[in-house]
Design a protein around this ligand. Structure first.
Ligand SMILES: Cc1cc2nc3c(=O)[nH]c(=O)nc-3n(C[C@H](O)[C@H](O)[C@H](O)COP(=O)(O)O)c2cc1C
Length: 163
């Protein structure tokens, strides 16, 4: 059994939901999991693994998730990274969406990385960002896929068991 900290940054809720599904999967594998908001800057002290996730706006992680990595990414606790974005719903964009992790990965030497499909809920996005999404012809959509997220929980569990 490992102690795992999941740190997330979200604007419209999808990354928080992914973090919850991931935590359920890891708990199902017998791990002790805490889920915290990156803005609280939770310490990774005492954990065996920190899993850090952020939503993506215009190709970039949210600032509070990057700030968490700046502060805690080199603490010695292994770090796994994931992002949540719309392009991850398109298999042909796999390289691009994993590429969204590059800046974050530069701060933490991650042991694992993923990119999960998120959702677009116009009511949860501010006026100007909504305008941007409209010019990109993006309708409301929801691609959050619990099965894929649980599969990654299983991969993380296997890596922890193999340590
Ligand atoms: C202003 C804005 C910019 C976005 N830019 C991208 C992008 O560059 N690539 C992408 O795949 N998704 C993009 N998205 C979609 C978000 O990544 C998606 O809605 C995700 O679920 C957001 O996570 P959150 O709900 O945790 O904030 C964008 C959404 C908004 C509102």
């Amino acid at each position: 059994m490992a102690r795992i900290l999941i740190v997330h940054a979200t604007r419209s809720g999808a990354t928080a939901d992914v973090a919850t599904i991931l935590s359920d999967g890891l708990r199902g594998r017998g791990h002790d999991v805490d889920v915290r908001d990156a803005a609280e800057s939770p310490s990774p002290g005492g954990y065996d693994l920190a899993v850090v996730g952020s939503g993506i706006h215009t190709g970039a992680w949210y600032s509070e998730a990057l700030a968490w990595l700046d502060r805690h990414g080199a603490s010695g606790v292994p770090v796994a990274l994931f992002n949540v974005c719309l392009n991850a719903a398109k298999p042909e964009k796999r390289d691009e969406t994993l590429g969204y992790n590059a800046v974050a990965a530069g701060k933490a030497m991650p042991v694992a990385q993923e990119s999960f499909a998120g959702r677009y809920v116009p009511e949860r996005v501010g006026f100007f960002k909504r305008l941007l999404l409209r010019t990109m012809q993006q309708p409301a959509q929801d691609h959050v896929d619990p099965q894929r997220i649980r599969a990654w929980a299983d991969e993380l569990d296997a890596a922890l068991v193999a340590r």
